[in-house]
Structures are given as structure tokens and as C-alpha cells.
Design a protein around this ligand. Structure first.
Ligand code: UDP
Ligand code: MG
Length: 139
């Protein structure tokens, strides 16, 4: 069953560049309500666990190093059709292919330092949200 929630995190490049506020503003202006939010740091091991589905991909090691290189801002968001609408708002994984006006087009630096994560399914949104937030934090 489709839910109305998705999970996102601002990646180390976006946070380090001071773009957290600008990106959160775009997210809210697009109609997403912030359900849970914090600033935290992943160890390489935790990053590896979060991106476990990519363990066999060639970029996995670099991705885990990168995702643990500085603070991140994970969030749970709510909106009708949240997962699909949020993927549209962030744009393509490769920023050079992202549509004009998308968050990755505006803020991403490269394929790995691409500013922001967005869940790809309702099932993964629930799993990823639970990775960072306890049930009581997801009010
Ligand atoms: N990634 C990378 N190189 C690639 C593909 C992906 O560094 O060739 C990184 C990138 O940061 C991406 C993340 O791995 O956001 C997860 O990849 P996925 O294919 O799930 O892209 P997304 O769902 O984030 O658009
Ligand atoms: Mg993905």
C-alpha cells in the first residue's frame, strides 16, 4: 500500500557548503511537511549498512567513505505521493543529467557528492526512516 511518507538526508557536501537551509526551504515550498529531522554523523560502518543494497557496485567503498566524511541531515517527510514527488524534486542521480530547478541541479557537485538522498520506494522509505529515527520521533 502506498504511504504518504518518504525519507531524505542532506549529504555531507550540502551540509558543509551551508546549503541546508536553502534546500529545506525548497522542500517545504514543494509541500512536504517535516516529520522528523536531526543533524548527525555516520561512521563508515553505518554508511555501509545504510547503502548495503549497493555493496556489490564499484562505487560502494567510495560512497561509504564520502557519506561518513561530515555531518548529514536525515529527515522524514510527509506529502501525498511523497516518494515519487520527492524523487522528482531532487532530480537525477547524475547532476549533469538533472532537470533545471531540481535540488541536485542546483546544489550537487558530482555523482557521489550529489547533495541529497531520496528513498526509491515506500518500503525503503520506512526502512531508511527507521534507520535514523525511533518510533516516538516519527510523530
Ligand atoms: N553513486 C555514485 N556513483 C554511481 C552511482 C551512484 O557515487 O555511479 C552514489 C550517489 O551518491 C547516489 C548513491 O550512490 O546518490 C546511491 O545510488 P542510487 O543509484 O541509489 O542513486 P539515487 O537513488 O541516490 O539517485
Ligand atoms: Mg537510490
Amino acid at each position: 500500500m502506498a504511504t504518504n511518507r518518504t525519507f531524505t538526508m542532506l549529504k555531507p557536501d550540502a551540509v558543509a557548503d551551508g546549503n541546508s537551509g536553502a534546500i529545506i526551504k525548497l522542500i517545504e515550498e514543494a509541500g512536504f511537511k517535516i516529520i522528523a529531522l536531526k543533524k548527525t554523523l555516520l561512521t563508515p560502518e553505518l554508511a555501509g549498512k545504510f547503502y548495503e543494497v549497493h555493496a556489490e557496485r564499484p562505487f560502494y567503498g567510495e560512497l561509504c567513505q564520502y557519506m561518513s566524511s561530515g555531518p548529514i541531515v536525515p529527515m522524514i517527510l510527509e506529502k501525498e505521493n511523497a516518494v515519487a514527488d520527492f524523487r522528482k524534486l531532487i532530480g537525477a542521480t547524475d547532476p549533469s543529467k538533472a532537470d533545471e530547478g531540481t535540488i541536485r541541479k542546483l546544489f550537487a557537485k558530482s555523482m557521489s557528492a550529489n547533495a541529497i538522498h531520496g528513498s526509491d520506494s515506500d518500503e525503503n522509505a520506512a526502512i531508511e526512516g527507521a534507520f535514523f529515527f525511533s518510533t516516538v520521533e516519527q510523530f
